[in-house]
Design a protein around this ligand. Structure first.
Ligand code: NBP
Length: 476
């Protein structure tokens, strides 16, 4: 019997499209799903696209793979993933590879990788972005795991990934959970991008009284310049859409409560542990949470806002474009800081420029802008913050007046712009010569004898606040 080059188990929308992508690229693909009818449906519908080797049992699925075996799991992340891993591992042998392409939490991936390593099996937690369309036609792929597994899997993953300027959007991110971590931060940045786009739309609509269709035109214009990206492009399409049933703009018939599957929340939770301020992502997660409390929103409807409206002229459009660009740079700078912090914490040695490269195509945050991030890290791999890279510093410096006008306008007319406002506060905080953290340190020393450091001398100090108020050195 001919053996398969690679297998996919879990044939819902993502797995089925990934299997088809592999087959279309000339790989013989073993396919399996818990509910056998999905496997049969795939072969019946798309068998002509390439070589599929269907199996109804896990043992047969594993037996149909060439050695060392390579099996991709595409099931709903969580307990099911553990169950599927265990079933596969039972039939595998040392040197074989299990790839988890689901959206697992990176800590689960670290646990699973360590457990399978003990049994000699390579476990490759892999971020896959791009939704069902990406899975079929070329996603952005972020694999973790061992170097040996990358050697065996890399060429296949690069073949099926998106390509930008001939460069595949798949690269080895680093060991164990590095791939899923980077995918998680990617999703966090996606949250932030979408929040900033939503704030741009909301502010322009409220301030100018513009219609969704008019704003679609604004986004289409923006997509011709520095902001060119998939999300800006589809924003124009969504704003242009008219509801067939009512004739109203589509955006006006959709319930205004944003949902979330959890990767944004995970990003913020991890950032809190690592001590990295990812304010852009956090505000996006919290804005979705606020939208999802209709009872509180109803109760708050009696609270008053300013009487002003319609305060902006057409020049506000260009101001908002610049605020969007500057805030987006902040969100990416914070996301890359988080990746750098995790890379250090877990010993992953992630190349940030390579991450910008593989996000250029296939994924939801794909954008022209990512080329500049790649260039910034090429010029200085030890960049302290993306904001300070010359190409970004010049953009935010040029945008900052407009950014302040946008936040001021939003505050004056009572339109919430937590993304723009917090990004500007982060920018102002980072660039300050002296921060009020000095006063915080003084307060901490006052009530808790937590000590402080001085600007002019080495060592730690405590002032005897309840006694003679004299300062004493307390060590280092
Ligand atoms: P779902 O997340 O909807 O999962 C459905 C699949 O999981 C089916 O094949 C189902 O088998 C299988 N499954 C479940 Br549920 N529990 C199982 C168990 N205990 N044992 C074996 N199989 C089990 O599918 P999806 O939307 O295709 O996503 C697959 C993965 O890819 C997820 O982790 C998702 O987070 C990730 N992802 C999705 C997207 C996207 O845009 N949808 C993008 C990127 C990543 P059954 O047919 O027998 O019920």
């Amino acid at each position: 019997m001919d053996l398969a080059d690679i297998g996919v188990t879990g044939l819902a929308v993502m797995g089925r499209n990934l299997a088809r992508n592999l087959a279309r690229n000339g790989y013989a693909v073993a396919v399996h799903n818990r509910t056998a009818s999905r496997t049969d449906d795939l072969v019946n519908e798309f068998g002509g696209e390439g070589t599929f080797i269907p199996a109804h049992e896990v043992a047969a699925f594993v037996a149909s793979l060439k050695r060392p075996r390579r099996a991709i799991i595409m099931v709903k992340a969580g307990a099911g993933t553990d169950a599927v891993i265990e079933e596969l591992a039972e039939h595998m042998e040392p040197g074989d590879m299990i790839v988890d392409g689901g959206n697992a939490h990176f800590a689960d991936t670290r646990r699973r990788e360590a457990a399978l390593r003990e049994r000699g099996i390579h476990f490759v937690g892999t971020g896959i972005s791009g939704g069902e369309e990406g899975a079929l036609n070329g996603p952005s792929i972020m694999p973790g795991g061992s170097v040996e597994s990358w050697e065996a899997l890399g060429p296949i993953l690069q073949d099926i990934s998106a390509k930008v300027d001939g460069v595949p959007c798949a690269v080895h991110v680093g060991p164990d959970g590095a791939g899923h971590f980077v995918k998680m931060v990617h999703n966090g940045i996606e949250y932030s991008d979408m929040q900033l786009i939503a704030e741009s739309y909301d502010l322009l609509r409220q301030a100018l009284g513009a219609t969704p269709a008019e704003l679609a035109e604004v986004f289409r214009e923006w997509n011709k310049g520095e902001l060119e990206s998939y999300l800006i492009e589809i924003t124009a399409q969504v704003l242009d859409q008219v509801d067939e049933a009512t004739g109203k703009p589509f955006v006006d018939v959709v319930v205004d409560q944003a949902e979330q599957k959890g990767t944004g929340r995970w990003t913020v939770q991890s950032a809190l542990d690592l001590g990295v301020p990812v304010t852009g992502i956090a505000e996006a997660v919290f804005a979705r949470a606020l939208s999802g409390h209709p009872e509180q929103r109803a109760a708050a409807r009696s609270l008053e806002g300013p009487s002003l409206s319609g305060v902006g002229g057409r020049e506000l459009i260009e101001d908002v474009r610049q605020a969007l660009l500057a805030s987006k740079i902040v969100a990416y700078a914070q996301g890359f800081d988080q990746i750098a912090a995790a890379s250090k914490e877990y010993g992953w040695d992630v190349d940030p420029g390579a991450m910008a490269t593989i996000w250029r195509g296939g994924c939801i945050i794909r954008a022209r802008f990512l080329n500049r991030i790649r260039a910034a890290y090429d010029a200085d791999p030890d960049l302290a913050t993306l904001l300070a890279a010359p190409e970004f510093a010049s953009v935010v410096n040029a945008a900052q007046d407009a950014w302040r006008r946008v936040v001021t306008t939003a505050v004056r007319i009572g339109v919430p712009t937590p993304g723009f406002s917090s990004a500007l506060a982060y920018y102002d905080g980072l660039r300050r010569d002296r921060l009020p953290a000095a006063l915080v340190q003084g307060l901490r020393d006052y009530f808790g004898a937590h000590t402080y450091h001085r600007v002019d001398r080495e060592g730690a100090f405590h002032t005897d606040w309840s006694g003679d108020r004299k300062e004493r050195a307390t060590g280092s």
